[in-house]
Design a protein around this ligand. Structure first.
Ligand code: PNS
Length: 159
């Protein structure tokens, strides 16, 4: 049977404990998981993309079937290039659902057969987001509860 590859795309600006949990759970579901830093046209970047990739590499260093990459174009083009069969996305709350459903439907129109697999965020991580972390970091707040320990210093220092 062919290898089942999934892509977990996002801005990861920066990655949070919620993202790490998604990565670990998705890595257990597929033969290979690619965490891909993509551009979200509706968000202005805070951390440089190279720094986001470096932080994700630290977070996933112990996961042999996970790689980190970046891509500047459409998600479906990346999925095609990598021969992936699924996209993984996390759902934190009902308000995420509308945008995520649209994105999944558009992506499946652009690339018929592409599945989007949604994983529910752990209840205790529903309030965790990259924007919360950025705001805490910008005002000198404590980010340690919200980001994986191995990148806490990077986030605090603004990389
Ligand atoms: O972490 P985010 O910001 O919610 O991730 C959104 C992201 C980057 C996955 C999304 O904006 C995206 O796929 N960007 C690439 C451009 C693309 O393919 N857009 C079509 C989707 S409707």
């Amino acid at each position: 049977m062919s290898e089942r590859v999934a892509v977990y795309p996002g801005s990861f600006d920066p990655a949070t404990v919620g993202h790490e949990d998604m990565i670990r759970r998705a890595a257990a579901m597929f033969d290979r998981l690619i965490v891909a830093v993509l551009h979200n046209p509706s968000k202005r970047g805070f951390f440089p993309v190279e720094a986001r990739v470096r932080m994700l590499e630290k977070i996933t260093a112990d996961l042999p079937n996970v790689t980190v990459d970046r891509w500047d174009g459409l998600l479906v083009d990346y999925v095609k290039k990598e021969g992936a069969c699924a996209v993984v996305r996390g759902l934190r709350q009902v308000s995420d659902f509308e945008t995520e459903m649209t994105m999944a439907q558009v992506n499946s129109r652009l690339l018929p057969g592409l599945e989007t697999v949604f994983l529910m965020t752990k209840p205790e991580q529903c309030c965790v987001s990259s924007s919360v972390v950025r705001e805490l970091a910008a005002f000198g707040g404590d980010v340690r509860e919200f980001v994986p320990a191995c990148i806490a210093e990077d986030v605090r220092g603004g990389v």
